[in-house]
Unconditional design. Sequence first.
Length: 155
Amino acid sequence: MPSGELSTTGIVKDALQHGKNVYIPYIHTQDKTSIMDMFALRSISEFESLQLDKWGIPSLLSTQIEGRPNGLTQGLDLIVMPGMAFDRGFRRLGHGKGYYDHFLTRYSTSTRKMPFLVALSLQEQLLADDIPVVEHDWLVDAIVVGDGQFLNRRA
C-alpha cells in the first residue's frame, strides 16, 4: 500500500464476507491511453491471492478480466476514493494520473445514479488550506478521518 494512505483490506474482506459486490480498480491501456476500470472480485481468497501492482495495490491480471462484471455496466453504490490529501471543501489531491476522475466522468454518462464517493483520510491528510482543483476533478461526498471525524457534504 502506498505510504501515507489507509489500507482498505479490512473493508474489502468484510464486504465480501457479508455478500456485498466489491469492485477493484484495474489500470490498462485503451487506444494508447492508460485508463481505469472497476472489476468485481469473486471471493476473499481471490482478493488475498492478488498480486500487488507498482503502487502496492492488490490488482487483477489482464488474464483475469474476461467475463468479469465491470462497474461501468453493473452500477456501483460506493467508491472509496484514494488520495494524498483532502480538504474541508471535499476536494481531493490524487496521485496525478486522474484515473478516478476520468472513470467517474465515463460513469456519469450512463443513466445510473452516481455512487457515493467516500475518502479515508489520516488526520494529517485533512488540510486546513484549499486544495486547488480543475474542472474535471470530482469532489468526494464524505471524508472519514482516522481521528473519528466524519465529514458529509450531503448533510
